[in-house]
Write a protein that binds this ligand. Structure first.
Ligand code: ADP
Ligand code: MG
Length: 427
């Protein structure tokens, strides 16, 4: 790369290095950072060119595309990097933008989402005035982290679920939610990356978290002599189904002490990464089995994967990882048949309850409305106690056709943790 050579031996950098040998490490880091950023920028330009080739001026959205490009060229991109600091939050809310998929590219969809830096995201909402002039409404959002289409599951994990693993060894409850419309990447993130129909369960947040649990178990917390178990269940239409026990229906009981129990829930003892992968695979297969339209069904249920630490029989700490039902029904209230409408209402109710529970948790409120839905009832302990920590990853599809759903997802996430728009964060 000729450009890079010229740039690396540039006079200014060399003088700085000679002047102060002590700052060499910082200097190398700074250069690496600049190089990463430049590469990301080059990737982006290349992708944009490829995309523009596909979209001819006859495309009705061509004007919007050029307006978005005009906006983007003014941005100074500074994407999140693996080496960036990980914050220590009680509640973390972040957003992940997936790349356009083949189907969207074939339909010549245009991307309407830009991630300029590590914690901001912009939606370029296409609008048309009464006189038919087209314009963009550029809406900015800020979260704890913003993952762009180049971020892999390893990076998402590092900033979301990984910082929560220690919590369960310290007798707390950790919880991580994947929220978003169907097709936005929830299962890809939690269950493992897809290559076509094949899912690599080892490259998902369930498995990555379990792997770190084993690491800490045999290292920093060896003296505690804890054991590890896994549960995997689904909540569908307000009922709990055990994914490790042929989807048998389970009852949820709240005892006199306020403890919530799922009666008869299977808990598999696991000794290593391989055994966890087996459990994930079994549960995932159950989740999508037995329906004519497997995808449609799984998009209407919340899947809960739990890693339970025990000392003897006593529960020590619990990590709940949840692949939530698609949130798109929050808008489509005019669904066709009665059952679908009811399902939609149930999902709405649980997602609203979830938001309220996390908000109550962030205020340290003694009143957490966890009884408002089955989802929040079974996750009661996730919202209670000093040591509880939670993280939500809002997933979004980048295409223009998903714009409304994307904005709904972002507004929801914004309400879960109100960080406020930072006007200075985006150039
Ligand atoms: P959801 O569970 O939210 O309905 P999926 O996880 O099933 O969505 O993702 C829908 C499709 O998009 C899958 O084919 C998946 O492989 C792809 N996908 C999702 N997120 C990403 C990503 N970050 N990178 C590449 N492909 C992705
Ligand atoms: Mg899914």
């Amino acid at each position: 790369d000729e450009n890079e050579e010229t740039w690396l031996t540039g006079g200014k950098d060399r003088t700085q290095k000679n002047e102060n040998r002590g700052s060499t490490v910082a200097e190398i880091e700074r250069l690496a950072k600049q190089r990463d950023e430049r590469r990301a920028q080059q990737d982006r330009v290349k992708k944009q060119k490829e995309m523009e080739k596909q979209i001819d001026p006859g495309n009705p959205n061509y004007q919007f595309l050029t307006m978005i490009r005009d906006y983007q060229v003014q941005i100074d991109y500074r994407p999140l990097r693996m080496t960036d600091a990980v914050a220590d939050n009680k509640i973390t809310v972040c957003v992940r933008k997936r790349p356009l998929n083949k189907r969207e590219i074939n339909k010549k969809e245009i991307e309407v989402v830009t991630v300029p830096n590590k914690d901001h995201l912009i939606v370029h909402q296409p609008q048309v005035k009464v006189d038919l002039t087209k314009y963009l409404e550029n809406q900015k959002f800020r979260f704890d982290y913003a993952f762009d289409e180049n971020a892999g599951n390893d990076m998402v994990y590092k900033f979301t679920a990984q910082p929560l693993v220690r919590t369960i060894f310290e007798q707390g409850n950790a919880t991580c939610f994947a929220y978003g419309q169907t097709g936005s990447g929830k299962t890809h993130t939690m269950g493992g990356e897809f290559t076509g129909k094949n899912q690599n369960t080892a490259a998902g947040i369930y498995a990555l978290a379990a792997s770190d649990v084993f690491r800490l178990l045999s290292r920093d917390f060896k003296h505690l002599k804890l054991t590890v178990g896994c549960c995997f269940f689904e909540i569908y239409g307000g009922k709990v189904f055990d994914l490790l026990k042929n989807k048998s229906i389970l009852r949820v009981l709240e005892d006199k002490n306020g403890q919530v129990q799922i009666v008869g829930l299977q808990e598999e003892q696991v000794m290593d990464d391989q055994e966890v992968l087996d459990v994930i695979r079994r549960g995932t297969d159950q989740r999508t089995a037995g329906t004519t339209s497997a995808n449609a069904n799984s998009s209407r249920s919340h899947a809960v994967f739990q890693i339970v630490l025990r000392k003897g029989l006593k529960q020590w700490g619990k990590f709940s990882l949840i692949d939530l039902a698609g949130n798109e029904r929050g808008v489509d209230t005019a669904a066709a048949d009665r059952q679908t409408r009811q399902e939609g209402a149930e999902i709405n109710k649980s997602l609203l309850a979830l938001k309220e529970c996390i908000r109550a948790m962030s205020r340290n409120s003694s009143h957490v409305p966890f009884r408002a839905s089955k989802l929040t009832l079974v996750l009661r302990d996730s919202f209670m106690g000093e040591k509880a920590r939670t993280c939500m990853i809002a997933m979004i599809s980048p295409g223009m056709g998903s714009c409304e759903h994307t904005l709904n997802t972002l507004r929801y996430a914004d309400r879960v943790k109100e960080l406020g728009a930072d006007e200075n964060g985006v150039s």
